[in-house]
Design a protein around this ligand. Sequence first.
Ligand SMILES: Cc1ncc(COP(=O)(O)O)c(C=O)c1O
Length: 452
Amino acid sequence: MHSLYVQNYEKEVELNHNLIKKEIVEKFEKKFGLTNLGTASIREIVQLVNHIQEETGETYVRMEMGVPGLPAIQEGVKAQVEAIEMGVDAAYPLIDGWKGLKEEASKFVKNFANIDVSPDACIPTCGSMQGTYAAFLIANKLDKTKDTALFIDPGFPVQKLQMQNQGNKFETFDIYSFRGDKLGDKLESYLSKGNINSIIYSNPNNPSWISLTEEELQTIAEKAKKYDVIVMEDLAYFGLDFRKDITKAGEPPYQSSIAQYYDNWVIFLSGSKMFSYAGPRCAMLIISDALYEKEYPHLEERLGAAKFGRALIYKALYPLSAGVNNSAQRGLAALFKACNEGRVNFVEYAKPYADKAAKMKKIFTENGFHIIYDLDGDEPIADGFYFTLGYGDMKGDELLKNLVYYGVSAIALVTTGSTREGIRACVSHVNANQFGDLEDRLKAFAKDFPIK
Ligand SMILES: Cc1ncc(COP(=O)(O)O)c(C=O)c1O
């Protein structure tokens, strides 16, 4: 059940209270060939807003980029610097990763997600971005008859680009109308066709910040098992559902995961948001021990390796980058170790995102906006890195374009596979000292676009 806010807004409006002149926005839209902001990529919005800021001297409330807005946790930095100075980067890395990192990653998922997986199956990648790229390459070659992936959307747009680059087929559906007990039938409608090789989603979700409930994870597991498909769970925001504190090592509650319900999974664990360690481009791709050993005759035929784990490491990751920066692996290992030993509480560290989200949501909703993806089961979604916004029945691309005139930037939801009309707001680069500006700008916006 979702709250319903679909009201009309006045469409025949004059912009009277806008901060940025229409002509300036239009000049740069034309210059960069942006005929529809609704379909513009994040980087294109960044470029547009940078130029408007430069020309007008106004500072935007910038909500478009999903980049960390906190300094990196120091344990990682120190360990990486030491490793560089020790000279580890003179050599090529081992393709399946440095033992010290593999061991700490395995302990980390045991401590905070109650997942049992051997260090061998914890493999570093150049960011989760590379992890998904490699996993998509392999998932597509498991079975001749299963040539299509299934995204539970909304999702991280770059993963679709990865699929397109690989020439892979994929299907997607927006989970908005298929939460809870509706999910099973929806999955069944795709999986029963017999052509699906994998199910992909992020949890907590970029862009909507929904978190799948335990029942929904069980449903995914049950359907995946029935049709023998692998589940790819992107935990880029591990632990950042701030409604539950998962930080007591070895004690519930834990990060929710498909691993509790199913055997054939791949999990992507990124240091970018958890530890604000995006630049070193080091993440973990973790394969369940069962899937690591599972043999696929078609993989053998295509790549000369039958086992999923070996194919992924030696046939997909190897040709992509021949391993991951040695010193970055030491940095990430130090971060996992510090968490495992209770010296760093990464969830506490990231809490400022939740505080900002709560305040920003209040400012938006007090000015006529509504949160689109608002519930997990019966519970309001957590405050966190992202949230989604609609305004009356305004189309997502219109909303984005109109907000740009008032000094607020974001991305349209349509780019994420969402079927809802609205935008994604990322809180990480909004400063608390901008909340006053945000409020003033939204008040001005609401005056020019009154909800009827
Ligand atoms: C859902 C999701 N997956 C993966 C990534 C990328 O992670 P990494 O920086 O480790 O490549 C992001 C970054 O925004 C993300 O939102």
